[in-house]
Design a binder for this molecule. Sequence first.
Ligand SMILES: Nc1ncnc2c1ncn2[C@@H]1O[C@H](COP(=O)(O)OP(=O)(O)OP(=O)(O)O)[C@@H](O)[C@H]1O
Length: 302
Amino acid sequence: MSVIEVSDLRKVYGGRAVVDGVSFSVEEGEIFGILGPNGAGKTTTVECIEGLRIPDAGSVKVAGLDPNTDHDRVTQLLGAQLQESELQAKLTVQEALELYSSFYERPADWRPLALRLGLTEKLGTRFGKLSGGQKQRLFIALALVGGPRVVVLDELTTGLDPRARRDTWQLIEEVRASGVTVLLVTHFMEEAQRLCDRIAVIDQGRIAALDTPAGLISRSASSTVISFTPSRPLDLRELAELPAAASVSADDRDGRVSINGTDETVNAVITLLARHHITAHQLRVSDATLDDAFLDLTGATT
Ligand SMILES: Nc1ncnc2c1ncn2[C@@H]1O[C@H](COP(=O)(O)OP(=O)(O)OP(=O)(O)O)[C@@H](O)[C@H]1O
């Protein structure tokens, strides 16, 4: 059953459509990712879902409700971690958790949440004295404290150190296991690949692709990466002309060659090396990553 339905969503600023006909639906219990280059329209899209912006055209439904006309009911079932939030500097962590709990009819117990997010020792600390990563963890707790059916996390782990990031991923998996639907906007490909069941790639206000992480990788023009160090220098132009070779590069420092292509390219590389009597040291053939697929789909850098 879909819990979020976005149909032909459009939002225009200054005569420019920054969201231009976006449609997708998110199933109950799914972790759904939104990826896209800076300015692609991701935050605008999720803020329409949260009822913070009014669409110029199209429709958004959360559990069958319109986030604008049914704002109060949607607020009860949707938790949101906003991208650049601020709280009163003097509010302590505990006061913030208690305050947000009081907004909801059936809040979650904030204490285990605080423990899970490593905030227990900071309960008495004022917001203004928290580090960037601690503020981020508090915002994740505040998004979950209402016991939401749907949680929207915009740049979930930006600013977190690697340990806190991995802990947060585990927490999100637990949140999903408890039946909560997660909508995740992220720039971290590893995060999207690890957590998301499906991903919508948004580029210039439109959906460029919507698939599982594995589906996005396999549909990319360069789903296989071949790398090796040749026993003697090799003409890269010859490699670039091989069947289905999408890109070829060589590391200036150690001469290691990398080719993005398909299984067909792997066979052609091996044949070419044999023909030139070149040995491939440390030959590796691996699947492309979501990073490669993202670059293919958007032509952008993250
Ligand atoms: N209130 C606004 N008024 C005018 N333009 C806006 C407004 N909000 C967003 N935009 C523009 O809309 C476009 C999409 O912005 P949005 O914040 O949705 O992108 P994003 O994909 O979330 O980007 P990022 O990854 O950088 O956070 C950008 O070009 C932005 O400048």
